[in-house]
Design a protein around this ligand. Structure first.
Ligand code: SAH
Ligand code: DHB
Ligand code: MG
Length: 246
């Protein structure tokens, strides 16, 4: 966004654009706590109350899982993306307690399918219970194992193509996951990759810079990356649509 004196912008709109900012920089009062608070307000408007997701988070926390699930508004974004493309088949890499899994699976029709890959059996167990409680067990399958092994099996078994693929597991493997995602796609498939940015640098997450370069150079997709702020701090995701016949 432009700071003061935006071109082609009436003065009153320009004043609105710069409020809370000086010379394009956040004022001292703009803090992470305020971003988080606003994110909660947004979640309360567009997501909450959601007893199923709330319980899923509580159960994950009780079981000692790391609190690294997507935020409520991000989960809703995944739901919306799935709805927008009329997804029938979704693949997720990195289940944790099933928060994003449930968010996406809710967008599927009754005969839809979501496969989620998880390395840690404890995470998978918590996720399965959360998914069961969400009434989504008939649509969702959590597969335990190293994602690279599971992906290879999915490919061999011809279970693709998937309409939406969400990459959210161990970050250094993202370039390899992206390659598999392409193999398991069709023209029009959407690939979302979480945490391509973290705390003001792409290097804040292992291999993220390389991963962004991999996506940017890939001729079979059209893509971008978006930085986010909110209750998960400074973060970001990449979004790609497959433009080639796979
Ligand atoms: N998508 C979840 C968060 C996933 S956190 C949500 O938003 O709700 C990342 C998960 O990836 C963790 O549960 C971790 O155990 C799993 N993971 C890490 N390495 C993996 C691997 N090689 N294969 C499969 N899962 C892996
Ligand atoms: C972290 C956040 C994530 O969304 C993730 O998938 C992995 C790690 C983190 O904050 O460390
Ligand atoms: Mg993540």
């Amino acid at each position: 966004m432009l700071a003061g004196g935006a071109i082609n912008c009436p003065p009153e709109a320009s004043a609105l654009m710069v409020s809370g900012r000086k010379n394009g920089m956040p004022e001292a009062g703009v803090t992470e706590a305020k971003w988080a608070e606003l994110d909660r307000t947004i979640a309360d408007l567009f997501v909450n109350p959601d007893p199923v997701l709330h319980t899923a988070m509580q159960e994950s926390e009780k079981a000692g899982l790391p609190e690294i699930e997507v935020s409520p508004s991000y989960g809703k974004l995944l739901f919306l993306l799935a709805k927008m493309i009329g997804a029938r088949k979704i693949l997720e890499i990195g289940t944790l307690g099933g928060y994003s899994t449930i968010s996406m699976a809710r967008a599927l029709p009754q005969d839809g399918r979501l496969i989620s890959l998880e390395y840690d059996p404890k995470h998978a167990e918590v996720a399965r219970k959360n998914i069961e409680r969400a009434g989504l067990s008939n649509i969702v399958e959590v597969r335990i194992g190293k994602a690279l092994d599971s992906l290879s099996k999915i490919h061999t078994a011809g279970e693709g193509p998937f309409d939406l693929i969400f990459l959210d597991a161990d970050k250094p493997n993202n370039p390899a996951y992206f390659e598999w995602a392409l193999k398991l796609s069709r023209k029009g498939s959407v690939i979302v990759a979480d945490n391509v940015v973290r705390y003001q640098e792409v290097a804040g997450i292992a291999g993220a810079k390389t991963f962004l370069e991999v996506i940017a150079k890939e001729k079979r997709v059209s893509a971008t990356a978006i930085q986010t702020v909110g209750m998960k701090g400074h973060d970001g995701f990449a979004l790609a649509v497959v433009t080639a016949d796979i």
